[in-house]
Design a protein around this ligand. Structure first.
Ligand code: NAD
Length: 269
């Protein structure tokens, strides 16, 4: 177990990738806390993990809620070794021209408050505890942190902003705290969109299919949330990661080497 005795705080740990990270980090020997907006999902964590997971109901847009989660984590487990900023919303690919004039300001503010301000405030709240433990930060980015067309301009710009946070915070917090990211491709989760676009009840698989996602990826796979967790274990592990900071792992089934004529050069092999 690569994370024996380590403590992690995961935002958005109630479903999808965050929930898969909760399970994987427990398996690797970590103690796990979650900051999650949905009280139902936090109650489900308590049921499923028999009180082993510390669940904090709160909103990543609030500095006070992030601070409350960090304080509760350190109180319960004695330290914080890894902060994982992961809670986010998508935009279901809402394009510049499709977003109504009446909604675009509120949609930007809502999505950026969760996806960007949430990561900034999580890092702000966790920094002192991470300096004390000489721990690390991991942010969940997306293929939309590097490429167009995986979302609309709101989501794509928010994930590109995450790249800036990784680089700047890795610089500011070195040498004591490592700051890295994982940038996944599509997966089936409960990922929603901003209420300002009427997408609060719309989940990612309502507008995407496994077949469509698989077809665009060189590895021709549709990974489950659990398939992305290994990169986080590597980045969080003290004994296996003494060298990586400011690194973003493109866990996207080869999107960066997609061919022009064929998605994968070896389809006929
Ligand atoms: P998800 O909705 O299943 O998980 C996100 C969790 O965050 C949910 O439990 C939600 O309740 C919570 N949350 C949302 N807003 C919050 C807030 N303001 N405060 C606290 N908690 C909040 O979706 P997911 O796909 O597992 O998303 C996790 C991360 O993965 C996100 O950063 C997302 O951008 C990224 N990602 C997802 C995909 C995909 O295809 N699903 C692809 C690339 C990247």
């Amino acid at each position: 177990s690569w994370l024996q005795g380590q403590t992690a705080l995961i935002t958005g740990g109630g479903s999808g990738l965050g929930r898969a990270l909760v399970e994987r980090f427990l398996t690797e020997g970590a103690r796990v806390a979650v900051l999650e907006k949905s009280a139902e999902k936090v109650a489900q964590l308590a049921t499923d993990f028999a009180g082993e997971v510390l669940g904090v109901v709160g909103d990543v847009r609030s500095l006070a809620d992030n601070q409350r989660a960090v304080v509760a984590t350190v109180e319960r487990f004695g330290a914080l070794d890894c902060f994982i900023g992961n809670a986010a919303v998508w935009d279901h690919g809402a394009s510049l021209l499709s977003i109504p004039d009446s909604r675009i300001e509120a949609a930007f503010d809502e999505l950026f408050a969760i996806n960007v301000r949430g990561y900034l405030l999580g890092a702000k709240a966790a920094a002192a505890a991470l300096l004390a433990s000489q721990g690390s930060i991991i942010f969940t980015l997306s293929n939309s942190a590097f490429y167009s067309g995986g979302g609309g301009p709101l989501y794509t710009a928010s994930k590109h902003a995450g790249v800036g946070l990784v680089r700047q915070l890795a610089y500011e917090l070195a040498p004591k705290v490592r700051v890295n990211a994982v940038a996944p491709s599509g997966m089936a989760s409960d990922l929603r969109g901003p209420g300002a676009l009427g997408q609060q009840d719309m989940a990612i698989m309502d507008s995407r299919s496994p077949e469509a996602i698989r077809a665009i990826l060189p590895l021709q796979d549709f990974p489950s949330p659990a398939d992305f967790t290994g990169s986080y274990v590597l980045l969080a592990s003290r004994q296996n990661n003494r060298t990586l900071t400011g690194v973003m792992i493109n866990a996207d089934c080869g999107l960066g080497i997609r061919g022009i004529r064929h998605v994968a050069g070896g389809l006929d092999l």
